[in-house]
Design a protein around this ligand. Structure first.
Ligand SMILES: Nc1ncnc2c1ncn2[C@@H]1O[C@H](COP(=O)(O)OP(=O)(O)OP(=O)(O)O)[C@@H](O)[C@H]1O
Length: 674
């Protein structure tokens, strides 16, 4: 039965795909355009390996998101029973963490906690002190530069020159802040997102460790190879002699340059990975030719020369539509109206994908969907574990899992009524002092929390008792904090927030310990909207383009393709950034199967453009923005252009031609007084 399933998959492939699936080379790069079957090929390759007798636990698929990993797992499983569920599919970070956690003796980071972006900012603000800035830079800006340095394997000085070219900053002062940050992290036993890859990469530099890790895998498959950055390459390189790599990518879909990805590195794959074979897929199975003509045109306009022309296996269809509006509100209203119209024609909501630039730009559309009761799930919105109320509850778990976790302690303690930063800091110091004096965690807590309400120390003891049953621990933390949180969020949708806590409890059910649970969802986030029960049912997907990789729908709306957004004003002046923006638009245009609807606003000027002293700069920039707009030179033949002008409030009809009034006497009639 299983064998027939695998053969069935291979039979449905075209010649080039089949070649790519059955290749016998030790390392392979499948370089292919949008919709040509990269995911299909990875899935078929894994099934082929299983058929060859490779044990599932010796196959590892690296994907870019949790969703992509789940998709690969479920498609591999397909009609195969049992064994295939053991094929591991996870993100780079998830994999690195699994290795680091699995062998504490080899990697040496037992009991450290992974902290997310927000917590890193807290730590950085802590070391920056009162002014919370160094050289005029905020914590987030310094962290961005630091992360860029790690991911591109540049020195901090080089990263400062690349990321802050126009600022005259003293790199030494930034260096000092970064050192203090590193020190504080080590004291608190924190690992950042980048640290996890760095730890893994650093240990793989030891040939014995590389040979040992490599020996666990017969083949490692890497999806979205174009978004791999130099730090991730530092992990791949030492493993090349010890396992097989099967990488799949599309240079035209590289949209993570801002995180250090270098898509050009896949062009040198064959030199970098000795013995590698490069295979190409060129036939697009997703879209009609008209949709691909527009996408091809966009790439041809690039100075980078992608050498890519997608051909539609499905043949001809309708031209993409280009709708222009006066305001984003009109644009959002139109999209909602189109969805309702399709519904009236009995198309399921799941027919549609609405692509937006950012969470922020998606708001107007979300508001219209809510107004019209259109069920949707937003990909790219708030991450479940990063929402404030979930952080509150998890802070109680974190102080149990890593008692040095100062950020979590401060968050938890300041939830207590009438406890501010100073009291909280004092309690944390008292806790550390008691522990340094040899007290157990529980009695150190009792000591530190003396002046606090009794429920806190008792609640933490109860959580500690349940630490091996993570869902129970979540339940106890939520119960302990329930009255406080219900009050804190009384005007901020507390019912929905409480539901999120139930979701968190459910997610925790399968986890063996608190740190493992936290880091899994920090490293591969899940969005709050994905947790809603509606997400199981028929719904529209609204997604940022960055979260839309691999997605496809019959109808796709690419919203906000307006001057100033593509490319965004921020990218102007940097060719690499502008070209990355082009690729973002390319990803958006290539998601539709049958109907591609591009919408934009042409005449909308943001309020900021005419406020105060910035007006001149803004109008100058406006000129550049309009000049750089990707669709300026769009040939008419490629789209159906549909302008939408608002019906203006009608003026009264002009008066008929009457003779003028002559002189009007405005004096008062004095009557009898005359
Ligand atoms: N040989 C084939 N025969 C029929 N349909 C195919 C074939 N190969 C792929 N498809 C279909 O084409 C669509 C695109 O495939 P897939 O998602 O694997 O492409 P991709 O290269 O990963 O796309 P992208 O990078 O743009 O996300 C899917 O609907 C898939 O089922």
């Amino acid at each position: 039965m299983a064998e027939a399933g695998i053969d069935g998959v291979v039979e449905s492939l075209n010649e080039a795909q089949r070649e790519a699936v059955l290749t016998g080379a030790s390392h392979n790069l499948v370089l292919a355009g949008a919709g040509t079957g990269k995911t299909t090929t990875i899935v078929a390759r894994i099934r082929h390996l299983l058929k060859q007798g490779v044990p599932p636990e010796r196959i590892l698929a690296i994907t870019f998101t949790r969703r992509a990993a789940a998709e690969i797992r479920s498609r591999v499983a397909g009609d195969l029973a049992g064994a295939s569920s053991q094929v591991a599919a996870m993100t780079f970070h998830g994999w690195a963490m699994r290795e680091v956690r699995g062998a504490p003796d080899v990697f040496g980071y037992d009991g450290w906690s992974v902290i997310d972006q927000d917590d890193q900012q807290q730590v950085m603000r802590g070391v920056l002190g009162r002014g919370k800035r160094v050289e005029g830079l905020k914590a987030t800006q310094i962290l961005d530069v630091l992360s860029f340095a790690h991911n591109t394997r540049r020195t901090l000085a080089q990263a400062i020159r690349v990321k802050l070219p126009e600022m005259s900053v003293d790199p030494k002062a930034i260096g000092e802040a970064v050192r203090a940050f590193e020190l504080r992290k080590a004291e608190r036993r924190y690992l950042t997102y980048d640290d996890i890859l760095k730890v893994f990469a650093a240990r793989l530099a030891d040939p014995e460790v590389a040979a040992w890790v490599g020996s666990h895998y017969e083949e490692i498959l890497v999806d979205e190879m174009q978004d791999t950055n130099p730090l991730q390459w530092q992990i791949i390189d030492p493993l090349v002699p010890h396992t097989r790599f099967y990488c799949v990518g599309d240079d035209a879909q590289s949209i993570y340059g801002f995180r250090g990805a270098d898509f050009a590195s896949i062009h040198s794959f064959a030199e970098r990975v000795p013995g590698a074979r490069v295979l190409k897929l060129e036939d697009n199975y997703r879209s009609t030719q008209e949709i691909l003509d527009l996408s091809n045109w966009l790439l041809e306009e690039s100075p980078l020369g992608y050498d890519k022309k997608l051909r539609a296996v499905r043949g001809k269809g309708a031209k993409p539509e280009l709708h222009s509006f006066e305001t984003p509100a009109d644009e959002a209203g139109f999209i909602a109206a189109e969805l309702l119209r399709a519904r009236a024609d009995e198309l399921p909501w799941a027919t549609h994908l609405v692509l937006v630039r950012s969470n922020y730009s998606g708001r107007a559309i979300e508001a219209r969907l809510v107004e019209n009761d259109i069920p949707y799930v937003f990909f790219g919105g708030v991450k479940l574990l990063e929402s404030a109320h979930v952080r509150d509850v998890l802070s109680a778990l974190r102080v149990i899992a890593n008692p040095d976790d100062e950020v979590a302690w401060m968050r938890l303690l300041t939830l207590v009524p009438r406890v501010g930063d100073v009291t909280a800091a004092r309690a944390f110091d008292a806790f550390l002092a008691a522990r340094d004096g040899g007290a157990s965690a529980s009695s150190a807590r009792a000591e530190a929390l003396k002046g606090m309400p009794a429920w806190l120390a008792a609640g933490l003891d109860a959580i500690e008792d349940a630490a091996q049953r993570v869902d129970d621990a979540v339940g106890r933390a939520a119960a302990m904090l329930q009255p406080t949180l219900a009050h804190k969020y009384r005007n901020e949708n507390w019912e929905a927030r409480a539901r999120d806590l139930v979701h968190v409890e459910r997610l925790a059910a399968t986890r063996a310990n608190i740190l493992e649970f936290l880091e899994e969802y920090i490293l591969s986030p899940i969005f709050t909207s994905e947790m809603e029960p509606e997400s199981q049912q028929d719904h529209v997907i609204v997604s940022t383009v960055h979260s839309a990789k691999g997605l496809e729908r019959d109808w796709a709306f690419a919203a906000g393709v307006s001057p100033g957004s593509f490319p965004s004003a921020r990218a102007l002046g940097d060719t690499d950034d502008i070209e990355e923006e082009r690729r973002v638009l390319y990803v958006a245009l290539t998601r539709a199967r049958d109907r591609l609807v591009v919408t934009r606003t042409m005449t909308h000027t943001p309020v900021g453009a005419w406020v105060g002293s910035i007006s001149q700069q803004v109008s100058a920039a406006q000129g550049f923005v309009e000049e750089a707009y990707f669709l300026n030179a769009l040939p008419e033949r490629l789209v159906e252009e549909i302008p939408h002008t608002l019906p203006r409030p009608s003026r009264p009809a002009p008066p008929p031609e009457l003779s003028g009034p002559g002189e009007i006497d405005l004096g008062v009639d004095l009557g009898d007084l005359e």
